[in-house]
Design a binder for this molecule. Structure first.
Ligand code: VTB
Ligand code: MG
Ligand code: MG
Length: 333
C-alpha cells in the first residue's frame, strides 16, 4: 500500500471523531454513531482506493452505511477495510473516557472476516511475544509473560473490561498479586495499551467484540505485539437464556458458512495475515491512549495514532481544525 495512504486514513478517523464529538454527552448513542459512520464513509469515498468493507457496521439489511461488502473509494489499489466509526458509543453518549474512531486497512485478504460476536483475547507487547498460549490457564499465562518481561507479579499489570463475565478472572488475577485495571468499555484502546512501550499495561485479557478484536490485531501486528483469541458463542458469555442460545447457534452457523471454527485458538497471523496494514485511531473522549477532542466551537483539536505495519512506524498526529473550513457535507452531518 502506498505510504501516503497513512495520512489519508488519519483524515478518515479525524472526520468520524469530529462528527461523533458533536453528540458527546447527549445520551444518544445511535445518533452519535450514525454521524460518525456518515463522516467516515464520506472521507473514505474521497480516497483513490478500491476498498471493500470486511469488518463494518453489520450486514447490508441492517446497516445502511459501511456495511460488510460495501465498496468505498474513488478507484485504485484494492484494499480490505475494517472500521469502527465509534468504538465506544456508550462512552461518547455518556461522556466517559476512551472512545475512539478507528480504521484498519490491509491488502486484499488481510483480515479474518469475523462475524459480530464475542471473542476471547489475550494480548501482549513485543517483549513478551511468543509467551502466550490461550490453551493454558490465565495464571500460567501471566506467569509466563511476567517471566519473559523479567517482572515480579507485584509490578505486573493486566487490563480487562469491568464486566460481570470477568468477575472470576479478576479475582483470580488479584489473588496472584498482579494489578488489574478494569475499564468499563473499549477494548481496542486497551489492547493497544498492552503493546505500546509508554504504558504500564503488560497484558490484556478479556472477552469483547470479535470485530474489535480484528481491528486491534492490525495495530498489534504493526506494533510487533502478540495475540491469541477465540470466538465464543453468545450463550457462553451472556448466559444460556433461550434467546442467547438461539443467537449463539446462529453465530456458529454463520462461522461455518465462512469456514471459521468457533472455539478454535486463533493466532495473530490467522487474524491479520500480512504486515501490509495501516491503522488509524482518533480519540473522541479523553483516554489513556489518546487525548480526546477539545473544541471552543471555532477550532477543534484532535490526536490521532497512525501505524504502518510494514515499517512499524508509529505516529501521533496532533491536528487543529477550523470547523467552518470543513466541507459542507461534513458540516451537515
Ligand atoms: C465489546 C468490546 C468493546 O463493547 O464489544 C463491548 O469489544 C460490548 O460488551 O470495546 P457487552 O456486550 O458486554 O456490553 C466495547 O467495550 C465498546 O464498544
Ligand atoms: Mg462502533
Ligand atoms: Mg465497538
Amino acid at each position: 500500500m502506498r505510504r501516503e495512504l497513512a495520512i489519508e486514513f488519519s483524515r478518515v478517523t479525524e472526520a468520524a471523531a469530529l462528527a461523533g464529538y458533536k453528540w458527546l454527552g447527549r445520551g444518544d448513542k445511535n445518533t452519535a454513531d450514525g454521524a460518525a459512520v456518515a463522516a467516515m464513509r464520506h472521507v473514505l469515498n474521497e480516497i483513490e482506493i478500491s476498498g471493500e468493507v470486511v469488518i463494518g457496521e453489520g450486514e447490508i439489511d441492517d446497516a445502511p452505511m459501511l456495511y460488510i461488502g460495501e465498496k468505498v473509494g474513488l478507484g485504485g489499489e484494492e484494499v480490505d477495510i475494517a472500521v469502527d466509526p465509534i468504538e465506544g458509543t456508550r462512552m461518547t453518549a455518556m461522556g466517559q473516557s476512551n472512545a475512539l474512531a478507528v480504521i484498519a486497512v490491509g491488502e486484499k485478504g488481510a483480515f479474518l472476516r469475523a462475524p459480530d460476536m464475542y471473542m476471547e483475547k489475550l494480548i501482549v507487547g513485543a517483549r513478551a511475544k511468543g509467551s502466550i498460549d490461550l490453551s493454558k490457564s490465565l495464571e500460567q499465562n501471566i506467569k509466563a509473560v511476567a517471566k519473559a518481561l523479567n517482572k515480579p507479579l507485584s509490578r505486573f499489570t493486566v487490563v480487562t473490561l469491568a464486566k460481570p463475565r470477568h468477575d472470576k478472572a479478576i479475582k483470580t488475577m488479584q489473588a496472584l498479586g498482579v494489578r488489574v485495571f478494569a475499564v468499563p468499555d473499549g477494548d481496542v484502546a486497551a489492547s493497544i495499551l498492552a503493546c505500546v512501550p509508554e504504558s504500564e499495561v503488560d497484558m490484556l485479557y478479556c472477552i469483547g467484540g470479535a470485530p474489535e478484536g480484528v481491528i486491534s490485531a492490525a495495530a498489534i501486528r504493526a506494533l510487533d505485539g502478540d495475540m491469541q483469541a477465540r470466538l465464543v458463542p453468545r450463550y457462553e458469555v451472556k448466559g444460556p437464556s433461550e434467546e442467547n442460545i438461539a443467537l449463539g447457534k446462529k453465530e456458529i452457523a454463520r462461522c461455518q458458512e465462512m469456514g471459521i471454527e468457533v472455539g478454535k485458538i486463533l493466532k495473530l497471523e490467522d487474524i491479520v495475515r500480512t504486515d501490509n496494514v495501516l491503522f488509524s485511531a482518533t480519540g473522541i473522549t479523553k483516554g489513556d491512549l489518546l487525548e480526546g477532542i477539545s473544541s471552543d466551537g471555532y477550532y477543534a483539536h484532535t490526536e490521532t495514532l497512525v501505524i504502518r505495519g510494514k515499517s512499524r512506524t508509529v505516529r501521533r498526529i496532533h491536528s487543529t481544525h477550523i470547523l467552518s473550513r470543513k466541507p459542507q457535507a461534513l458540516r451537515d452531518i
